[in-house]
Design a protein around this ligand. Structure first.
Ligand code: G2I
Length: 374
């Protein structure tokens, strides 16, 4: 029933048509084939991830793109981006019906000029709503939400690999967060948001995104039940974003198991906002475990770190990213690169999955003209 949806079949066909582009992309991105070995050893995060059909991305802000170290680190190491704030509701529709896409457009233009894919974040969230939304009730809020999704997702249609359609709508106990969205619209609002996003951009993967989904727990159980229900009823959902805001002391004993159960359920999983407070080998070990978990799960399609450098991290005092405030690679960087390279192109986890993420990613590049990319 689910796969009979014309929209979803469309997404799949687009993906499958472009696998051939991957090889050229790898060469351009700096994969070095070690002679005498079948295993490629890439020397950047993006190229290393691409070997197993995955992306490696960063959350970025358009106002930093003019900083030479910021831009060069981004362009060298990453092959996917997401707007840290520029595509949120307050940024894109500051007044009702008046859309503002300058920040998001700058990010998409930069990504396309570099052959990077783009994640969309986020269409509906209880936080960072513009003031005018917070005063709406009932059907006025429902209509405003649908209009917002339609306006933003239509604007970027065909250019987004995956959208975080709804962000952070669950409490830690697995119940729905009692936000203005939940209280004014009731349980149906998440489904309605996904249907509106599907109508506005049928080619984008549609994700539910949240934090503290870093294992099998009450919150991830709640999200799992929602996804299971959506799939059973044909509500368009393609992926779950596992934000993965961690510290070096985080318990990851069921992290991979949780990714695997969503994958088995029939959705992709994406590590969408990875950062790990800490330093040195303890921090590196957590990054390594997360990366190894993703590459071990067929439908874990890519990893995004929530920023590039500690200099601009939302939790900079925790030094949570792969590059320090001077853009130097940290021990955690090496751990991630090694784990991505270990997966290589021969891991098979992605090869036996016809709906591999790289195909989506490359589809974006094929269907959207990208300057400089043949
Ligand atoms: O809180 C971390 C992330 C959790 N998951 C959803 C993400 O969207 C969220 O990102 C953060 C951004 O990293 C921050 O940069 O979301 C925050 C808002 O809740 C962002 O902070 C805001 C500040 O609160 C504003 O004062 C500021 O104007 O960033 C804005 C732009 O710099």
């Amino acid at each position: 029933m689910i796969s009979s949806s014309p929209m979803r079949r469309g997404r799949r066909l687009v993906r499958l048509s472009v696998a051939v582009v991957v090889t050229g992309g790898l060469a351009a991105a700096g994969v070095v084939m070690s002679t005498g070995s079948a295993t490629a050893q890439a020397d950047t995060l993006g190229a290393a991830a691409a070997q197993s059909g995955r992306y490696f991305g960063a959350a970025i802000a358009p106002n930093f793109l003019g900083e030479a170290d910021y831009a060069s680190t981004l362009n060298t190491e990453f092959n996917s981006v997401v707007a840290e704030n520029a595509m949120k509701w307050d940024a894109t529709e500051p007044n009702q019906g008046q859309f503002s896409f300058s920040g998001g457009d700058a990010i998409v233009a930069h990504a396309q000029s570099q052959g990077m894919s783009v994640r969309g974040h986020t269409l509906v969230w209880h936080a960072q709503q513009p003031g005018w939304v917070q005063g709406l009730t009932g059907d006025s809020l429902r209509q405003a939400m649908v209009d917002h999704i339609t306006g933003v997702a239509s604007h970027y249609a065909g250019q987004i690999y995956s959208w975080d359609v709804v962000n952070e709508a669950f409490e830690e106990d697995g119940s729905r967060r009692q936000s203005n969205l939940q209280q004014q619209m009731g349980d149906g609002w998440i489904e309605e948001a996904f249907r509106a996003a599907d109508a506005a951009d049928p080619d984008a993967r549609l994700c539910y995104n949240d934090y503290n989904l870093d294992g099998v727990n009450a919150k991830s159980d709640g999200v799992y039940a929602m996804v299971e229900d959506f799939l059973a009823r044909g509500v368009p959902i393609d992926c779950v974003g596992i934000q993965t805001h961690l510290s070096q002391d985080s318990d990851l004993s069921t992290y991979q198991e949780n990714l695997q159960r969503f994958s088995d359920l029939g959705v992709d999983v994406e590590i969408t906002e990875l950062d790990v407070g800490g330093s040195g080998s303890a921090q590196a070990d957590v990054y390594r475990t997360v990366t190894e978990s993703c590459v071990a799960v067929a439908r874990c399609t890519g990893i995004t770190t929530w920023g590039i450098t500690d200099k601009y991290s939302w939790r900079g005092q925790d030094t949570p990213l792969l590059f320090d405030a001077n853009y130097q690679k940290k021990e955690a960087y090496t751990a991630v690169l090694e784990a991505l390279n270990a997966a290589g192109g021969a891991s098979g986890e992605r090869d036996d999955q016809p709906d591999a993420a790289a195909y989506d990613q490359m589809a974006r590049r094929e269907s959207v003209p990208v300057p400089g990319l043949v």
